[in-house]
Design a protein around this ligand. Sequence first.
Ligand code: NAP
Length: 222
Amino acid sequence: MNRPHLVAIFAQSLDGKIAAHRAQRPSFSSPEDYRHLETQAAQQQALIMGAATLRAYGTSLRIRDPELIQRRTAQGLSPQPLTIICSDSGDIPEDLPFFRQPLTRWLWTTPKGSRIWRNRTGFEDIWVAADWDLPARLARLRSLGIERVGLLGGGRLLGAFLQAGALDELWVTLAPVLLSGYADAPASIEGWQVQGSLPQLELLECRRGSKELFLRYRVEWL
Ligand SMILES: NC(=O)c1ccc[n+]([C@@H]2O[C@H](COP(=O)([O-])OP(=O)(O)OC[C@H]3O[C@@H](n4cnc5c(N)ncnc54)[C@H](OP(=O)(O)O)[C@@H]3O)[C@@H](O)[C@H]2O)c1
C-alpha cells in the first residue's frame, strides 16, 4: 500500500454528532474515553487534525501518560506523534496554546493558506497543494517512513479521507447523548459522496465501558 495505515479515532453521540456546535469542543467525553483516545493515539507515528477542530479545542492531543511515552521510546518512536493540521484558509491564530505544546507541528494547506504562514514560525514544515491532494501527501508521508497515522477529526476531515478511499480502521466511541437537536451540531462524517461501492465494515472489537461503547471496525475498500 502506497500510504500509511490510517485509523480514525473519535467519539460521537448516539445520533451521529461530534459536538453541540462546530466552534466548540465536545462536552460529552468521559475520562475513560480520553484514556482510550490517548492509548490509541500513542500507537501512531503521526496524528492528523482539521483546522476547525484545532480552532475549537485550542490544543491538539498530547500523550501525557508516562507509561505510554515510555512504550513509545522503547519502540524507537519519538515521545509524541508528529501533529499535522489540515487548513485550506491557513487561518489558525498564532496565540493558540497548541503552539506552546511540546509537539512537532506540520501544516497541510493550499497556496492561499500558505501565504499567511510565509513569515511565521509555528509549523516546522508546510506542504502546499491546490486541493486536499491526499493520495500524494499520504504517499509522501509513507516515503518518509511514517507507517501508522491516526485521524483525530472532525467530520469534514474524515469525509475528505473517505472520498480519497484512505481509511483502514475506525475507532468510534458511542456516547450516551443526543445532539441533533442543536442546529449546527457537526456530524462525524461530512462532505463524502459515494463513488462506486460502499466500503465494507467489519467489527473487530466491541468493549463496554461504564458509560460508553468502544467500537473498532476494519474498513475494506472493494
Ligand atoms: N467528538 C469528537 O471526537 C471530535 C473530534 C474532532 C472534532 N470534533 C468537533 O468537530 C468540529 C469540527 O469539525 P469540522 O468537520 O467542522 O471540521 P474539521 O474536520 O476539524 O476541519 C476541516 C478542515 O479542513 C480544512 N480544509 C479544507 N480544504 C482543505 C484542503 N484543500 N487542504 C487542507 N485542509 C483543508 C479546513 O480548513 P480551514 O477551515 O482553515 O479553511 C477545515 O478547517 C468541532 O466542533 C470539534 O469540536 C469532535
